[in-house]
Each structure stands twice: as structure tokens, then as C-alpha cells.
Design a protein around this ligand. Structure first.
Ligand code: NAD
Length: 286
């Protein structure tokens, strides 16, 4: 590991926080994971044990011994001061609620040493929304992972206009060190690169089916055959799960709200939530 960030603290041990902590620890970082209570910490232990099994299946070089060591090597705590005290880098993956994030940064700004860099994994908020609460605008940016970090290993790096370029590059180097492919954004953009492309693409697919122009399977088939891509929009939606796109659409403009209603009536209300539930636009067997 060449990165200047050896001691890494991850805030939040949910879906993404647990994956980020495990990925960093697996690649040699000294990782501390923080969550709010003992219940969350117990759940985190189970998540790390599950990730150990997933890595054994999916990741080259992962075996029972090194993944178990990874899971057991992550320090878990509910003490924010202890989690922040000696961290080189703090990656925040707490709920996507602005007030929760701001409140946490306000506390962290006082608790963490001056040298500590803060990175948010937020998907839909901009680092500018939080920067004023960090007490270190030059050492704050977004480092955005995708769900299943070991497999879909992009790490989008996006600063504000106050982020120190040297800090930005140090975070890029860290991302590489923990097995990610860093994607550098030159300025802030809601949705980063991936979701700026993906969300309109998925919405266009839904528009075709909801408008009665073509069946989901025909839309997917067109995209696969004509572009050589492995999956069409509805195959991707089934993997993402239909709840997230529904939540995005229902908060959009009138046209988007209509698409949300179509998703709800035809799929969500019928329990067809995507691959994880056995059925979405397609049926899945275990
Ligand atoms: P999650 O709900 O699975 O996990 C959130 C965790 O934060 C929980 O363990 C919760 O106990 C903890 N938490 C709640 N309040 C806290 C506080 N004040 N301090 C510390 N921890 C607290 O959420 P998630 O899906 O892991 O998302 C976390 C962040 O990652 C969000 O900003 C989200 O936008 C982003 N993200 C999510 C995905 C995804 O696919 N789920 C992908 C990329 C980025």
C-alpha cells in the first residue's frame, strides 16, 4: 500500500459502509468502523462475515483465511471520538439525509485531527451541501463507490472548488490502492458520471414501456443487439431494485411522477421489486 492514508475510519456500517470498510481492510488499510448503537454494531459483524464469504467466491486471491482475518481485523465502535482520534481518512456512509450528515460533520470537525481528510459517499447530495460544516474545506470531497464495491469497482472522486488538489490526488491514489478504478470529476455534478448517464437511460426505457410503445423485453433486446451491451435498462432495473428508481421518479417532474405511478401499479404493488425478490420485469429462480 503506497497511499498516505493508512488509518481509515468508515462512518456507517450499512449496505455501503460495510462494503467500503471491508474492501479497504482487505487491501491492507487499518480500518475502524463506526455506527450509532450496539444493535448496528452486531449487524455490522454479520455483514462482515457475509462479505468474507462473498469475497471468497468473487474475488481473486480471497480465501477463508485472509477474508476471516479481514472481517475480524476491522475495529468496531460506537464512540465517535475514538473513531476519529487518529484517522488519516474518514469516509462517511451514513443515511442520505442532509441534516444527519451536517450534524455528523460538525461533530467530526472538532474531534478529528487537523490532518484528517473527510470524504462523503453520498449518491445524491453535493459535497458543497456539507462543506461548511466540516471545519476543513480544503480537506473535504466526495468519494463515491457503487454497490458491490469488490465487483463494480469504480470510485468517483469529486471535490468542491475549495478542495486542495493535492488532497484530491491523495484520495485518487488511495482509491487505486484499495482496488478501485478512480474516476476523476473536474467539478461538481449531481449524479457524478455514472448516474448522470444511467438515470436518464433507465428513465427512457421506462418511458417506452409505460407509454405502451414496446415491451420491456423488446426494449432490452434492442439495446443488447444493437449496441453489444450485455444488459438492457429493465435487466439493470431488476438488479438495482425498483424502489430506488421509484423514489427518484416520484420526486421528479409531472412526467416522472407518471412513470413512478406506472412502476408502482404494475410492479411494486404486486411485490415485483426486482431480482432480489424473485421477480421484477423478469422472473428469477434461486
Ligand atoms: P444504509 O441505510 O444501509 O446504512 C446507513 C448506516 O448509517 C446504518 O448502519 C445506520 O445505523 C448508520 N447511521 C445512521 N445515523 C448515523 C449517524 N448519525 N452516524 C453514523 N452512522 C449512522 O445506507 P447505505 O445504502 O449504506 O447508504 C449510505 C450512504 O452511501 C448514502 O449517502 C448513500 O447515498 C450512499 N450510497 C449508497 C449506495 C447504495 O447502493 N446503497 C451506493 C452508493 C452510495
Amino acid at each position: 500500500m503506497t497511499s498516505e492514508f493508512r488509518k481509515v475510519t468508515v462512518l456507517g456500517t450499512g449496505v455501503l459502509g460495510s462494503q467500503i470498510a471491508f474492501q479497504a481492510a482487505f487491501h491492507g488499510s487499518d480500518v475502524t468502523s463506526y455506527d450509532i448503537d450496539d444493535k448496528a454494531i452486531t449487524a455490522a459483524r454479520a455483514r462482515f462475515d457475509d462479505l468474507a464469504k462473498v469475497y471468497q467466491q468473487d474475488v481473486d486471491g480471497a480465501d477463508a483465511s485472509n477474508t476471516t482475518a479481514t472481517a475480524h481485523g476491522i475495529t468496531l465502535t460506537t464512540d465517535l471520538a475514538a473513531a476519529a482520534a487518529d484517522a488519516d481518512l474518514i469516509i462517511e456512509a451514513v443515511p442520505e439525509v442532509l441534516d444527519i450528515k451536517r450534524d455528523l460533520y460538525r461533530k467530526l470537525g472538532d474531534l478529528a485531527p487537523e490532518r484528517t481528510v473527510f470524504a462523503t459517499n453520498s449518491s445524491t447530495l453535493l459535497p458543497s451541501d456539507m462543506v461548511d460544516y466540516t471545519g476543513r474545506p480544503d480537506k473535504f470531497l466526495a468519494l463515491h463507490f457503487a454497490n458491490h464495491v469488490w465487483q463494480f469497482n469504480t470510485a468517483e472522486v469529486m471535490g468542491t472548488d475549495r478542495t486542495d488538489p493535492a488532497v484530491f490526488q491523495a484520495v485518487v491514489a488511495f482509491a487505486k490502492d484499495i482496488g478501485m478504478v478512480p474516476i476523476e470529476l473536474h467539478k461538481e455534478k449531481a449524479g457524478y458520471v455514472l448516474n448522470s448517464l444511467l438515470v436518464p437511460f433507465l428513465n427512457s426505457g421506462i418511458e417506452l414501456a409505460a407509454g405502451g410503445y414496446a415491451e420491456p423485453a423488446a426494449v432490452d433486446e434492442t439495446w443488447r443487439i444493437a449496441t453489444g451491451a450485455p444488459m438492457g435498462p429493465f435487466q439493470i432495473l431488476d438488479i438495482v431494485g425498483l424502489t430506488t428508481p421509484y423514489n427518484i421518479l416520484i420526486n421528479g417532474n409531472d412526467a416522472h411522477k407518471k412513470l413512478a405511478a406506472w412502476l408502482k401499479e404494475n410492479y411494486i404493488d404486486k411485490g415485483k421489486l426486482g431480482a432480489a425478490t424473485g421477480e421484477g420485469f423478469y422472473r428469477y429462480t434461486a
